[in-house]
Design a protein around this ligand. Structure first.
Ligand code: SAM
Length: 243
């Protein structure tokens, strides 16, 4: 099932990732619901509950990296006070465009094209940094984590929602069958594109599991790094603080 991502050099990897998201952008929201049976919605709710942004009038600035069509920013604005703002930063013009269309009525949100590995922001600008199902797409996770640390204020919060390693026996076998057979087939049926969806499955397999990833977050300088498994480890939320 190799999509050939291992054989290409680093620059080419990101451009293939960009091709994938350019192709899936139009069907992205629908496919998310179909592939996860709607579970991604609960996981995202969970991440925002964990962030627990202030409901007061205090200003609170969120940077949602790899924010795509804006699921996280939308939930964040609903859960926070009147002076909260969100920036959705994504490398894909097509995903941002799909997000702008979907959220035409939403204010206090900005869509910005940018790379997680070189964020177009000054040091210490944000109260919180979130990334949902984005970290596995970047070429250098360590660089993206360093950037997250850099743009956060001291006292700022880091939260990452990502597919992870299933830690429940039997569920792992079922999950493998579902991912390698059903997801590319769904991609073919709904979007006429199985290769892009094979990439998504492969990128999940290659992403570091819970503990090693927590170690990488600590290496970037974050403190009180923890993670919580969701649905048996199909996904996990990692968190940390810039002290
Ligand atoms: N956060 C959204 C969500 O949870 O629905 C979108 C997740 S989508 C699976 C992954 C996103 O990562 C895509 O929109 C893609 O364009 C973006 N992406 C990939 N590489 C990136 C990079 N280096 N910097 C910023 N965004 C990137």
């Amino acid at each position: 099932y190799s999509f050939g991502f291992e054989e290409v050099d680093e620059g080419a990897r990101q451009s293939r990732v960009n091709d994938v998201f350019a192709r899936v952008a139009k069907n992205y929201d629908l496919m998310n619901d179909l592939m996860s049976g709607g579970m991604h919605r609960l996981w995202k709710d969970d991440m925002i509950a964990q962030l627990n942004p202030p409901r007061s009038e205090a200003p609170f600035a969120l940077l949602d990296v790899a924010g795509g069509t804006g699921d996280i920013a939308e939930r964040f604005l609903k859960a926070s006070g009147p002076n909260a703002t969100a920036i959705i930063c994504d490398i894909s013009a097509e995903m941002l465009e799909a997000g702008r269309e979907r959220h035409a009525g939403l204010d206090r949100v900005e869509f910005v094209q940018g790379n997680a590995e070189a964020l177009p922001y000054e040091d210490g600008r944000f109260d919180a940094y979130t990334i949902a199902f984005g970290m596995r797409n970047v070429t250098h996770i360590d660089r993206a984590l360093q950037e997250a640390f850099r743009v956060l204020k001291p006292g700022g919060r880091f939260l990452c929602l990502e597919f992870s390693a299933v830690e429940v026996p039997m569920l792992d076998t079922l999950y493998d069958l579902f991912s390698f057979k059903a997801i590319p087939a769904l991609g073919q049926a709904v979007a006429g594109d199985s290769a892009s969806y094979r990439y998504l499955v492969e990128s999940i397999r290659k992403f570091p599991s819970q503990e090693p990833y927590a170690g990488m977050i600590r290496d970037a300088g974050f403190e009180q790094v923890r993670y919580r498994n969701l649905t048996g480890g199909i996904a996990a939320i990692h968190s940390g603080w810039r002290i």
